[in-house]
Design a protein around this ligand. Structure first.
Ligand SMILES: [Zn+2]
Ligand SMILES: [Zn+2]
Length: 506
């Protein structure tokens, strides 16, 4: 089957590029709904028609968060049922894109897919129209070749991803036991390799706790010529408090913050050695070359761990402070310092808030200031950690092995992809992040591109992944009613790397 499938895909390269060009030509920009809502609608219909041609069931579901004042694009639900006893995979993608204009510095029209040196330039080429269409091309190849699909496939494509996935989270919550009720595995292809040539699987994402620290010293802004020396200044307190949070080596100075951070196990550490990652080229990305040419960590492993699996604290800004050019002698009345922490397993945003609150109270006490201080956590999200040992990951790794003749790198990311946690929390089923674009694809940026090799190999990997899923034995995880692992079982060293939720998955 593999040879026929690969040969079929290879023959269709020109057709795939043309079809991706049709999709890229639809400017489905979700941050500009007033002008582009019809384009997103058109793009959803384009994909729906494709599913129709492939003989699948589909529905354009009204966006549950849309209103008559603020209409939102629908969600596209597709279904290719094979056999209810077989495993079901839900593939997620998005058909909306970031804004783009040639004047932003593109070398060719962003909504005209343009081929140069084996690369396909165009907005949405890699994020995420290329990967989203690839699933349909895989199904098309099976249909044309008369090969049975090895698993039931459900398609969930949205049109608001680049603008906070409005409506999607409501849908997932409402449909966890309906459209998503028989889903055994999720697969999300909407992130990137860490390198340019070696595929990877992403098994962890950091969470976030975002704070605002307010200090108020008086009712309105004052002038230092008048009041300097007379009042307790809010800025002075705020700067001192913010200075107690983190040091210049990036160490978080808040007592108790590291208490729940999972220790690094030897199994985990072993993942870092083979990873395709170059510290020197990362310095270019970090834009430090002409300044200091230094990062907080000089070697690959420490740098990746600091970005992926340890918490960090960043100071972002001060609202209410003088920030213009020139010399203004104002004493700001009320200032709000903004800072956030990237969280890792097993840090809980609720406990982090308590720890930060206690720290601020202690430090403020030391200042002996009569000013008003207030701390708010504006946003809290847990980190996400899956397991390379999970059958869903193992299936993807085997597919990569078949196509690339190499084991993938196992990577995490420093940011968050909220949909991942949403799927897992709503259904209890495993979500896999299976990137097929390269690290230099410039998603969201000028000259976004998708390599033709990534396009072609991506289709093959997604196809082989379905066949690997089809080989997984045992009952459908979604119909499993067996007992989840106990807290103690999860505490066994290394158990978190396994990521199993219940005994029948072991
Ligand atoms: Zn995306
Ligand atoms: Zn994006």
């Amino acid at each position: 089957m593999k040879e026929r499938f690969f040969a079929y895909v290879d023959e269709r390269q020109r057709r795939y590029i043309d079809q991706l060009g049709e999709a890229v030509a639809i400017p489905s920009v979700s941050s500009q709904l007033d002008t582009h809502l019809p384009d997103i609608q058109k793009m959803m219909e384009y994909a729906a028609n494709f599913i129709q041609r492939l003989g699948g069931q589909w529905e354009l579901r009204d966006n549950p968060d849309g209103t008559s004042e603020r209409p939102l694009p629908p969600l596209l639900l597709g279904h290719f049922p094979v056999d209810p006893r077989k495993k079901t995979v839900c593939v997620y993608g998005h058909l909306d894109v970031q804004p783009a204009h040639i004047d932003d510095g593109w070398d060719s029209e962003p909504f005209v897919l343009t081929e140069r040196d084996g690369k396909l330039f165009g907005r949405g080429s890699t994020d995420d129209k290329g990967p989203a269409l690839s699933w349909l091309w895989v199904i098309e190849a099976h249909k044309e070749l008369g090969i049975d699909l090895p698993v039931n496939i459900k398609i969930l494509y949205e049109g608001m991803e680049e603008y906070g996935s409005e409506g999607l989270f409501t849908f997932i919550r409402d449909e966890h036991d309906k459209f998503l009720g028989d889903v055994d595995f999720f697969c999300i292809s909407d992130n990137y390799w860490i390198g340019k040539s070696k595929p990877c699987l992403t098994y962890g994402l950091r969470g976030l706790a975002y704070f605002e620290l307010i200090v108020q010293g008086c009712e309105q802004d004052l002038h230092s010529g008048n009041m300097g020396g007379a009042v307790h200044e809010a800025m002075t307190d705020l700067i001192r408090l913010m200075g107690t949070l983190v040091d210049s080596q990036g160490r978080i100075l808040i007592e108790g913050v590291m208490d729940d951070v999972k220790p690094v196990t030897p199994e985990e550490e072993a993942f870092y050695d083979p990873i395709e990652f170059d510290v020197e080229s990362f310095k270019e990305e970090a834009k430090v070359k002409s300044i200091s040419n230094k990062l907080l960590h000089g070697n690959k492993k420490d740098l990746l761990m600091a970005r992926w699996r340890f918490p960090t604290l960043s100071l972002h800004g001060i609202e209410g402070a003088f920030s213009g050019s020139g010399a203004k002698t104002v004493i700001p009345a009320k200032v709000k310092g903004k800072f956030s922490m990237r969280l890792v397993p097993d840090q809980d945003p609720v406990r982090i808030e308590q720890v930060v609150r206690a720290h601020i109270a202690r430090e403020f006490e030391k200042l002996n200031s009569p000013n008003k201080v207030e701390l708010n956590m504006l946003h809290g999200a847990k980190s996400w950690l899956s397991s390379p040992d999970h059958p869903n990951y193992a299936a993807a790794a085997a597919a990569i092995q078949t196509v690339f003749q190499t084991t993938p790198d196992y990577t995490r990311e420093g940011g968050s992809i909220p949909i991942t946690t949403a799927f897992e929390e709503a259904t209890g089923m495993n979500a896999l992040l299976l990137p097929i674009g390269a690290c230099d694809d410039m998603a969201h940026s000028q000259n976004e591109k998708y390599n033709i090799t990534n396009l072609m190999n991506g289709i093959k990997v997604l196809g082989m992944y379905l066949h690997e899923l089809g080989k997984i034995g045992g009952p459908k995880p979604s119909s499993c009613r067996c007992i989840p692992l106990t807290e103690e079982e999860l505490m066994v060293p290394g158990a978190f790397m396994k990521g199993f939720r219940c005994k029948c998955e072991m």
